[in-house]
Design a protein around this ligand. Sequence first.
Ligand SMILES: Nc1ncnc2c1ncn2[C@@H]1O[C@H](COP(=O)(O)OP(=O)(O)O)[C@@H](O)[C@H]1O
Ligand SMILES: [Mg+2]
Length: 257
Amino acid sequence: MITPFTIAVAGKGGTGKTTISSLLVRALIKLGKTPVLAVDADPNANFHEALGVQVLENLGGMREDAFTKSIPAGMTRTEYIRFRFYQVLVEDDGFDLISMGRPEGTGCYCFANDLLNSCMRLLERDYEFIIIDSEAGMEHISRGTIGIPDLLLIVSDPGARGLRTASRIITIALDLGISRSSMHLVFNRYKSGIAQAGVSNEAPLAVIPYDPAVEAADLAATPVSLVPDDSPSVSVVREMALKIIELAEQKEKTRVK
Ligand SMILES: Nc1ncnc2c1ncn2[C@@H]1O[C@H](COP(=O)(O)OP(=O)(O)O)[C@@H](O)[C@H]1O
Ligand SMILES: [Mg+2]
């Protein structure tokens, strides 16, 4: 049984979380780490577009249904939720995708969230890597619909303002119980000059260049995960994926002990 290594990608809106999450999914697939589980934890979901797949329903909507509509005869609610859960899961070449939707509707969903957590745990067995495209507030983590990640990538512009925001995200993440050592900065859309040193001068895990191919994919509404292999962002994200695989291997060793 594999214990998956979970990577949450956080950062201010528009910094490149979805782009980087998608390129990372692609890099891990190319490095043979299939299947990867992609999780869209941003209520403003667009991870599927970046990955080039369609999503028909999300977990939040499914949960609403399961608790407000009648359950098919002969099925318990728990069975029904498990059954629907596998319908929410989108399967594609080398990866599966699940969209979380909103973390809460109205009323108390503790029971539903417990069930969803147990579904997630069932699922996680099949994946070596889980990539979570998060939103700035990391609400799914704070509400427990997603567990504490093994690695938190904080995406930022390489300037001073971006770093101040990154510091605030680090504070939120610490409050959520994520250890500082599992957080890494990733600078994105780097153009030229000297990228600012990281928060407390730590080196970022990657400095991803501004990539015209990524912009072109966005303009043409084509999946960013399909940008050409020789695009500058692709090779940098591949290097980052290799470092992440190393981190996962280190983590696995501590688990075995
Ligand atoms: N390295 C990059 N080079 C060029 N454009 C980029 C790069 N990273 C992101 N973008 C563009 O920036 C915009 C925001 O990226 P996105 O990944 O959607 O951010 P977020 O998910 O953090 O809101 C998109 O239009 C995307 O195409
Ligand atoms: Mg996004």
